[in-house]
Design a protein around this ligand. Structure first.
Ligand SMILES: *Cc1c(COP(=O)(O)O)cnc(C)c1O
Length: 393
């Protein structure tokens, strides 16, 4: 062992001692209802491909045609020559879909947060953030010159307490929250956040990565679900989850878009989305705008699965979305549960500390419109067998 790398090798040994060292599973084919994981066909209950668009024939066709017309790469950042007309078209389409004034696209949802928060906040501002917000929001806040305050998860009394105490000391105050919280599937209390923002003259910022394509009319998101169009100042969405491809966007005012085009660092310093991805995304969004069949199938699948697990006696938390956390408890038991499901041909990743609190380990099921009833019923039977064997039910 070389001494030079001891500082890393010691850390890796610590991961192994703690039993959290892992190899990445390899998928040998497309992301779909069934996947070829480590060379074996299993039912996939762990992707964010909520609508099955990642491997949809219409979406793949659009990607192939774009490669023929536009090539494989954008060739530069958007501010130089990477701004292919496809991206402009996608932004117009998304603004229409989201029913908001303007949309600006980034290379991912993570890039939206690390680029936007930093660009729109300044010294003398305050960011007030839910304690369970996504890592990309946390990183965005770290890059900002503003002060920060954290409120207890979805605790509106705590948020109000912070605003009452600190609002007066700052120029702009931004309230930032996930729309849907990814580990539990619960929703932010956006109606109350909007009220508090009005009362205390704050700006509102919602990261709706797990709400876009899932909640609201044809998947228009959590803001549409609550009927709050025009009330949220920044709505972040991802194109990598329900939309099925890669990328992210911020729906906001035209003036904010203009500013971000000048100051958001991922736009200025990182190459634009490849044309195949942009064209595929346009097709996905069109499919959502044409019909509600995709979101309806997703919700019907989720309801069937959740009801079946609840009837079997599983604790599936308080999810209000297709995210289904099957609560197991201890870290080792959660990982054993996940392994036993895999032996049954069902892939569900175990999620444990530090991603969730200690002894709140869970197998988090992500339901998709791509699942057939047969897929789900096989998975439910596997959950029943493993649940009895490990004494969870
Ligand atoms: C997944 C996720 C992101 C990151 O989106 P990508 O497009 O995959 O970068 C950002 N925010 C939240 C809340 C997410 O769940």
């Amino acid at each position: 062992m070389s001494e030079k790398w001891k500082f890393i090798e010691d850390e890796i040994q610590k991961l192994k001692d703690d039993g959290v060292y892992r190899k990445l599973p390899v998928n040998y084919g497309p992301c779909d209802n069934e996947i070829e994981l480590d060379g074996r066909k299993v039912i996939n209950l762990s992707s964010n491909n909520y609508l099955g668009f990642a491997n949809h024939p219409r979406v793949k066709k659009a990607a192939k045609e774009a490669v023929d017309k536009y090539g494989a790469g954008a060739g530069a950042v958007r501010t130089i020559v990477g701004n292919q007309d496809l991206i402009e078209r996608l932004e117009e389409l998304l603004a229409e879909f989201k029913r908001e004034e303007a949309v600006i696209c980034f290379q991912s949802g993570l890039n939206c947060n690390i680029g936007t928060i930093q660009a729109v906040t300044a010294k003398g501002d305050l960011i007030v953030s839910d304690e369970l917000n996504h890592a990309s929001i946390i990183d965005g806040v770290r890059l900002s010159q503003a002060d920060k305050a954290i409120y207890k998860h979805n605790d509106m009394a705590d948020l109000e307490r912070i605003l009452k105490k600190r609002r007066k000391d700052y120029a702009n105050v931004f309230i930032i929250t996930d729309g849907v919280f990814s580990m539990d599937g619960d929703l932010a209390d956006l109606p109350r956040i909007v009220e508090l923002a009005k009362e205390h003259d704050c700006l509102t910022y919602v990261d709706d990565a797990h709400g876009s394509g899932v909640l609201g009319e044809s998947g228009r998101g959590t803001v549409d679900h609550f009927g709050l169009h025009g009330e949220i100042d920044f709505i972040v969405g991802t194109l990598s989850k329900a939309i099925g491809i890669v990328g992210g966007y911020v729906a906001t005012k035209q003036s904010v878009k203009d500013w971000l085009l000048h100051r958001a660092r991922p736009l200025l310093f990182s190459t634009a989305l490849p044309p195949a991805a942009t064209a595929a995304t346009i097709e996905s969004v069109k499919m959502l705008m044409e019909s509600e069949e995709h979101t309806e199938k997703l919700w019907a699948n989720a309801e069937h699965f959740k009801k079946s697990l609840r009837d079997l006696g599983f604790d599936i938390g308080e999810s209000e979305t297709p995210i289904t956390p099957v609560m197991i408890g201890g870290e080792a038991k959660t990982m054993d549960f996940s392994k036993a499901l895999l032996d049954e041909g069902v892939f569900v990743s175990g999620i444990v500390f530090p991603t969730v609190p200690k002894n709140k380990g869970r197998c988090r099921v992500m339901i998709s419109a791509a699942h057939t009833r047969e897929n789900l019923d096989k998975a439910i039977a596997a959950f029943e067998r493993v649940g009895r064997k490990l004494g969870v039910i």
